[in-house]
Write a protein of this length. Structure first.
Ligand code: GLV
Length: 328
């Protein structure tokens, strides 16, 4: 019997491809070409499943043009690149990779927050440029992190993991979320206190965004929201591009309406708003929140577990649209 055909849309760990090859006839994009939508549609023809990353858009058009698809398995916790409603209507299972990246991504939020507040990358650029001639009392002064107020917008698993780390920095934690957490989860999240978004932005010394991208969260941090923040505050985005209005953030950073920002995600990544590159008060990283060897391997293997289960009659551990299975 022919093995079902599977497409890995981007390069992935070779041993994970080898795992998939035990079950399926795998076409993989190990050259890591960035396919256009029509190239992706062409490659998806006859495939039973796609192994995707956040860079590929799995649109309603693609779903409509690939009737052989039974599953789309994303190697990411976020899945705004996939039209889940269209997939569900077409009876296609969609999965993501939560949990395995929570702690690593929370570590990275802290890395960005500390680098932003203490001007770490700016200091290194300054030093490498040969500008360090002598110690001065006012060289590269930043803002404190310890003992300040951390504001987290989006209090899911990653937000809570960021909050737990605030204990060691003796910080107060406030948060905003679509719904308030249960009291025991607030207690575990370093006694986080709920605030509406405007109050959080006014009160926090360091704001971290960890909410999912959706049409509702599009530009949820724009000029009006940035204007509420303290002039000494920092903003960190490890969530998704598009949550922040990048043009408004460039303006706010240029005018020093906020002190600094740390950004791992961008509106049109990998393209950046050119304004960011000209600014010294922004730390820029290329969407590496979950990028440790152990975590990226765990994500790739979990996406493979989901895909294998989806095509072999099992229940994928991270199915996002279980109604597809219920329909039989
Ligand atoms: C990465 O951005 C993810 O959503 O896992």
């Amino acid at each position: 019997m022919n093995k079902p055909a599977v497409l890995a849309t981007r390069a992935v760990f070779p041993d994970v491809i080898a795992r998939l090859e035990q079950h399926f006839d795998v076409q993989s994009n190990q050259d890591d070409r960035s396919w256009t939508e029509s190239e992706l549609i062409a490659a998806a023809q006859g495939k039973a499943a796609l192994f995707t990353t956040p860079s590929e858009r799995v649109s309603a058009a693609l779903i409509g043009a690939a009737p052989s698809l039974k599953a789309v398995c994303n190697m990411a916790v976020g899945y705004n690149n996939i039209d889940v409603d269209a997939a569900t209507r077409a009876g296609i299972i969609v999965t993501n990779t939560p949990d395995v990246l929570t702690e690593t991504t929370a570590d990275f939020a802290w890395a960005l927050m500390l680098a932003t507040a203490r001007r770490v990358t700016e200091s290194e650029h300054w030093l490498r440029a040969g500008k360090w001639q002598k110690w001065r009392y006012d060289t590269l002064l930043g803002v404190d992190v310890h003992g300040t107020t951390l504001g987290i917008i989006g209090m899911g698993r990653i937000g809570q993991a960021i909050a737990r780390r605030a204990m060691g920095f003796n910080m107060r934690v406030i948060y905003h979320n679509r719904s308030r957490l249960a009291p025991e989860l607030e207690a575990e999240s370093h006694r986080a206190e709920y605030r509406d978004k405007a109050a959080l932005l006014r009160e926090a010394d360091h704001v971290v965004l960890t909410l999912p991208y959706s049409p509702q969260s599009h530009h949820s941090i724009g000029a009006a929201e940035l204007a509420l923040m303290k002039p000494t505050a920092t903003l960190v985005n490890i969530a998704r591009g598009g949550i922040v209005d990048d043009a408004a953030l460039v303006d706010a950073l240029q005018a020093r309406r906020i002190a600094a920002a740390g950004l791992d995600v961008f509106e049109n990544e990998p393209a950046l708003h050119p304004g960011f590159l000209a600014l010294s008060n922004v730390v820029l990283t290329p969407h590496i929140g979950s990028a440790t060897e152990a975590t990226r391997r765990a994500m790739a293997n979990l996406a493979a577990d989901n895909l294998i289960a989806a095509l072999t009659g099992g229940t994928p551990p991270n199915i996002l649209n279980p109604q597809v299975l219920a329909r039989g």
